[in-house]
Structure formats: C-alpha cells, structure tokens
Design a protein around this ligand. Structure first.
Ligand code: OSB
Ligand code: MG
Length: 369
C-alpha cells in the first residue's frame, strides 16, 4: 500500500439539535476527516471521533491532529504495509491516543478495500447485508419532550431507543417512558454519572426491563462495575472503560459487564475492534456498535463493522438526518423499518462529496510522503 499523500480536513459542523449527556451539551461538532491517497489517485477516508474538549476520553481534535502529524504519519512514511491490519502493531509503541490511531487506520482500511474493489464490510469479514439501527436521545428539558421525541423516532422506524440518564434524570424518567411504551426496546446510558454509593438507587431501575444500563460508574473503572453487576438484574454494558482488547478481556473475566459497546475510535481502530468482537463471540458476550456523533464517513465505518456476526444488538447507528441538515456523503444514510442497508460499492461504499467537505472545512493540512 504505497501512500503518496495524506490530507487532514478539520471540519466544523452544527448538529440539528444540541446533544445533552451527564457531562454537558454539544451543539457544534468539530471533527477530523483523514484522507489517504495512493499513486493511482484512489482515496481512502477515515474519521477522528475525538471532540473539541476531553469530556468523553482524554483525546481532543487537537491532540489527534498532533499525534497523526508528529508520530503516526512518520511511521507510515517509514514502513511498507501490505494490509491495514499491520498498522495497529506498528502504532503500538505509542501509548493510548486510540482515536488518533483509529482515524488514520480507518482511512487505510477504506483505501485497501477500494484497491481490492470490495466493500469494507467484506474486507473485515462481515456477512450481513443490513444492520440494525438504533437511536440515542440526549437529556431533554422535560419528560414530555422526551416522550414526544421517542414517538417521532418510532414513526421514523427506529425499534431501539437509548436515553441518557444522570442523577435527577433517571428513575422517574424511565418509569414515565414505560407507562407510554411498555414494550419498547429501551436502554439507558449514564456516561459515568454514578458511584458505588448509588447502588440502592440504581437497583430501582431493575423493575423496568431495560435491555441494559451503559457505563454507570467511572470512565476508567472495571472493578467497581463488577461489584455493581452482582447487585443488579439489569445487564451492565461498558463503553468508556473498554479502550483495548486487554480491557475487554479483564471486564469479561471480572464479570464487570454482560454486554459490550464497541466504538472503533475508542479502541484504536478496526483491527482492535474486530479482535474485541472475536473475543466476545468466543465468550458469548453480545456486542453492539456505539456512535460518536460522526459524519457519514465515520458512520459508514460503523455500519461496515456492525456486519460482523457478534453484533447481535442494534447499535447507536442512526440516519444522517438524525444528526445533520446535510451530511458530507452521498447518498445520505437512511433507516427503513429500523434497518440500514449496506451499500455495495467498494470501501465505505458512500461517495464523499468534495463540495460539502469543503463547505464545512475550517482547516486543511497536507502531507506529501
Ligand atoms: O456515550 O455512547 C455515548 C455520543 C457522544 C459521545 C458518547 C456517546 C454518544 C451517544 C450518541 O450516545 C451516539 C450517536 O448517536 O452517535
Ligand atoms: Mg455511551
């Protein structure tokens, strides 16, 4: 895989509506698109999923650009790769910085699949022709607002709803949702808003048949979640805590969760994501694909990953129109009857609109290898 040129596109896009979590609100989404070009003019695209501030993990758009520019591109220019799965190993001596690694690796996976003239899903070994969608709804001003949003998404075909919870926006909210939607596939994501002191409080969730509670405790914890899972009937799903295959192995060994959320960026790329997937399959741990409010490029990668067998639960993979007035890919991603059909074009399978990419770009960095 001879790389001639790498372009970092830094974009500023505005979400249709602010997305609120236990940490705070996001409305303006700064994001990074990595483009790798070969000698024949083929281009592969990856997305950096870090935010402008380090609220979710420690990385930011600026740290990912720094890592790619000063450490990862030099590795790429010195090493010859035959397959994108070789990248993770050559990046390993750089500690963490998973989102930076994943952004560049993702572009290389797309390029590789395009060079082979096969869809990215096929390059990864995925067999599904469609993946199950889901929608993640941020904290709302009132429960009434939340109920009407759930109705709206159901009308759009979504069959699984995730809500965000935090102390003061949890038990009552779930109780009210259950009154309106007794059979809805419902789950709750706390983004680390609780501690072990809240065990008795969290136990109250057990009567509402949630599919799972996502990341109730600290972002970097595996031990306390194991204690909590022993006390809860509701399955725990880990998100923030799982940044590598090793984290996944430890979480399963300690029984810290019964379900795992896999995000390509959080674990350092598609190669590591697939490794975690394969392990979870072996261990009978169901997995689903998380989201990071990506543009269509990042979401196309998520869709390709979710075609792997053990992705048995619907992911946080929604239509382009859930997030953006207009997406930067064509066609936009759409949900029919709760599902997203896989495109059959090579690579990520969606066309990146140069015009729209340019429209939202605030800075470009070009590296010639
Ligand atoms: O915790 O899963 C999360 C969005 C940003 C950061 C973290 C999370 C989320 C979501 C929404 O829940 C995912 C999406 O729809 O892209
Ligand atoms: Mg989460």
């Amino acid at each position: 895989m001879k790389i001639k040129k790498i372009v970092l596109h830094i974009l500023q896009m505005r979400l249709k509506a602010p997305f609120s979590t236990s940490y705070g609100d996001i409305h303006d989404r700064e994001l990074l698109i990595v483009e790798v070009k070969d000698d024949d003019g083929a281009a592969g695209f990856g997305e950096g999923v870090a935010f402008s501030t380090p609220w979710y993990t420690e990385e930011t758009v600026k740290t990912t650009v720094h890592m790619i520019e000063d450490f990862l591109i030099p590795i790429l220019s010195k090493t010859s790769f035959h397959h994108p799965r070789e990248l993770a190993e050559s990046f390993r001596f750089i500690r963490r910085n998973y989102m930076a690694k994943a952004a560049l690796e993702g572009a290389m996976w797309d390029l590789y699949a395009k060079q082979q003239n096969i869809p990215l899903s096929q390059a990864l070994g995925g067999m599904k022709k469609e993946v199950e969608a889901g929608v993640s709804i941020g904290i709302q001003p009132t429960i009434k607002d939340l109920i009407s949003l759930i109705e709206q998404y159901q009308e759009e075909g979504y069959k699984r709803v995730k809500i965000k919870i935090k102390p003061g926006w949890d038990i009552e909210v779930v109780k009210e949702i259950r009154k309106h939607f007794p059979n809805l596939d419902l789950m709750a994501d706390a983004n680390s808003a609780y501690t072990l002191k809240d065990i008795n409080h969290l136990k109250q969730l057990d009567e509402f048949q949630l599919m799972m509670i996502e990341q109730p405790l600290a972002h970097d914890d595996i031990v306390d979640h194991s204690k909590l899972q022993k006390e809860l009937d509701t399955p725990i799903c880990l998100d923030e805590s799982i940044c590598s295959f090793e984290d996944a192995r430890k979480a399963v060994e300690l029984r810290s969760c019964k379900i795992m959320n896999i995000k390509i960026g959080r674990v350092g790329g598609l190669t590591e994501a697939k490794k975690i997937h394969d392990f979870c399959k072996e261990q009978n741990v169901p997995v689903w694909c998380g989201g990071m409010l990506e543009s269509g490029i990042g979401r196309a990668h998520n869709i390709a990953l979710a075609t792997l067998e053990q992705f048995t639960l619907p992911g946080d993979i929604s239509s382009s129109s859930k997030y953006w007035e207009e997406d930067i890919i064509e066609p936009e991603i759409s949900v029919y009857n709760g599902k997203i059909a896989l495109p059959d074009n090579p690579g990520i399978g969606f066309h990146v609109s140069r015009e729209k990419l340019k429209k939202y770009t605030v800075e470009t960095k070009v590296f010639t290898l």
